[in-house]
Design a protein around this ligand. Structure first.
Ligand code: SAM
Length: 291
């Protein structure tokens, strides 16, 4: 089984709202871990024992051997580090909102990407976060508190019913869209497709793809929108959507033709969970794109 599903590395995102990468690395070294510097190729992420590296793409990401457990670690409990797979760090990193920006995180709970966005925008600006699920939102509120994030406004609301023309969203230039998906990219959730009821799986995927497209169309309606990142932790092509921006040219796994500007991720090729990310960009910022 290990050959078919290589274990993803343990990725740790340093929460720069509360600390710096340098301080986190120093703390971990004093705690018995050995730091090997920044990785330069995928093989450098294959680690054993107490060794760790800085990721070659995302400098706020530290990489440890699979199964390194930080749940009881001081840095985790204090919100200085977030346990977040590399693939799940790509959307906020690629959206890259500046400090002070107004942003919508459309399907936000439990909020790892929200706290990553807040760190990138230096906890300055407005981060409107929506989710339909009240329980997940309350977990999210706790996690954001622990992460020291204060620039957010949570709403237990259907994103499809949020009015893009409401005055409170008039300065929204960035949208992160991470809608519910099949979860097929989660290493631990992947089904054995051959034993699944194919028709049921197909119907579920079609319904999800329809919901995802509605979310995408809705996200594009915000009048001042500049950039929208769309992501799913799915590897089914039916669930993935078009992109306008060519992302990370050195990233090895691309979207399927004709979506080669987009990124895909999987355990074997990128040592991450399965994922799809697309970035849509409007260049003049004026006017609403006709859907
Ligand atoms: N972005 C989150 C993160 O990084 O922690 C993960 C989001 S998860 C893939 C998708 C979320 O979308 C779920 O929490 C679900 O409750 C929420 N959701 C589903 N339908 C929604 C809707 N119509 N409006 C807002 N949120 C919705």
């Amino acid at each position: 089984e290990d050959l078919l599903r290589p274990a993803s590395s343990r990725y740790v995102r340093v929460n720069t709202v509360k600390t710096t990468v340098e301080d986190a690395v120093d703390y971990l070294k004093r705690d018995g871990f050995s730091y090997l510097g920044q990785a330069s190729r995928l093989e450098d992420l294959t680690l054993k024992e107490k060794y760790f590296v800085m990721d070659m793409h995302l400098p706020e990401l530290l990489v440890f051997p699979p199964n390194t457990d930080f749940h009881d670690h001081f840095l985790y409990k204090a919100g200085h580090i977030i346990l977040q797979d590399k693939a799940s760090c790509l959307p906020a990193y690629l959206l890259n909102p500046p400090a002070g920006a107004h942003i919508i995180d459309a399907c936000a709970a439990p909020g790892n990407k929200t706290s990553h966005l807040a760190a990138i925008m230096k906890n300055k600006g407005k981060l409107f976060a929506f989710d339909l699920d009240a329980k997940r939102l309350s977990t999210m509120a706790t996690l954001l508190l622990r992460s020291g994030v204060t620039c957010h406004q949570l709403a237990n609301q259907d994103f499809l019913k949020v009015d893009p023309d409401s005055p409170q969203f008039k300065d929204v230039e960035y949208v992160l869209l991470d809608p519910s998906c099949s979860g097929s990219g989660m290493v631990c959730l992947r089904d054995d497709a051959s034993s699944a009821d194919q028709e049921k799986v197909k119907a579920r995927l079609a319904a999800l793809a329809c919901f995802q497209l509605r979310c995408l169309n809705h996200g594009l309606k915000f009048p001042r929108l500049k950039r929208l990142v769309y992501s799913t932790c799915s590897i089914h092509s039916q669930e993935t959507r078009e992109s306008l921006v060519n992302l990370l040219s050195q990233w090895p796994e691309r979207g399927l033709e004709p979506l080669t500007q987009c990124l895909r991720a999987n355990p074997a090729k990128t040592r991450t969970h399965g994922f799809f990310v697309a970035l849509l960009e409007k260049h003049n910022g004026a006017g609403r794109k006709k859907q």
